[in-house]
Write a protein that binds this ligand. Structure first.
Ligand code: ADP
Length: 191
């Protein structure tokens, strides 16, 4: 299965991606995690993207696309994958289309987690305390939300036109949301 998980910062994409990945035996690939690991290890890529991610901006498409291309070429992604936090721009959608076309594969579904924005800001502020992420200050969170609304939310319409979009209510417990996602995936598989 080849899936995309869409949703604003703090919607719980990472948490749900981990569960779905386990259940379906596919790797969850998070561009945010890849960037954070590189920043932590002070790799050249990490140094390149550190400031951008800390301010809530988007890493340029050329960099992000190259990273995803590399990651998708690893053996564990050959039979399927779940992308968390990618694509985020129209340019990334095009790039991903190209990668899929080259490998002769198609997406099975795009799951959009919908949430109440204010509640999500509160979730992110709570997470900042737990995890100490540099991009979890209120100002940066607002900027990430703004960019999401401007650049990434419109991608849902694009996937809807392709008949791939399934919207899932992201509010509630982790288990409730997981159950909704699994129901949506089962529906998508039938249609
Ligand atoms: P969020 O909690 O905002 O969904 P992520 O962990 O997915 O955060 O990403 C953290 C940061 O990494 C983003 O704010 C952005 O700076 C950068 N990033 C992650 N994925 C992408 C992408 N697909 N394109 C551009 N920048 C990205």
């Amino acid at each position: 299965m080849r899936l995309i998980m869409l949703g604003p910062p703090g919607a719980g994409k990472g948490t749900q991606a981990a569960v779905v990945s386990q259940t379906h035996g596919i790797p969850a690939i998070s561009t945010g995690d890849i960037f954070r690991a590189n920043i932590k290890n002070e790799t050249p890529l990490g140094l390149q993207v550190k400031e951008i991610t800390a301010s809530g901006g988007y890493v340029p498409d050329e960099i992000t696309n190259a990273i995803v291309r590399d990651r998708l070429s690893e053996p564990d992604a050959a039979g399927g994958f779940l992308l968390d936090g990618y694509p985020r721009t129209a340019g990334q959608v095009d790039a991903l289309d190209g990668m899929l076309a080259e490998s002769g594969h198609a997406l099975d579904a795009v799951v959009e987690l919908t949430v109440d924005t204010e509640e999500v800001v509160q979730r992110l502020l709570a997470r900042a305390v737990d995890q100490g992420r540099a991009d979890d200050t209120e100002e940066v969170i607002r900027e990430r939300m703004r960019l999401y609304a401007e650049e990434t939310a419109p991608l849902a319409a694009l996937y809807r036109e392709r008949g791939l979009l399934t919207q899932v209510d992201g509010m509630g417990t982790v288990e409730e949301v997981t159950a909704r996602i699994e129901a949506a995936l089962a529906d998508a598989a039938r249609s």
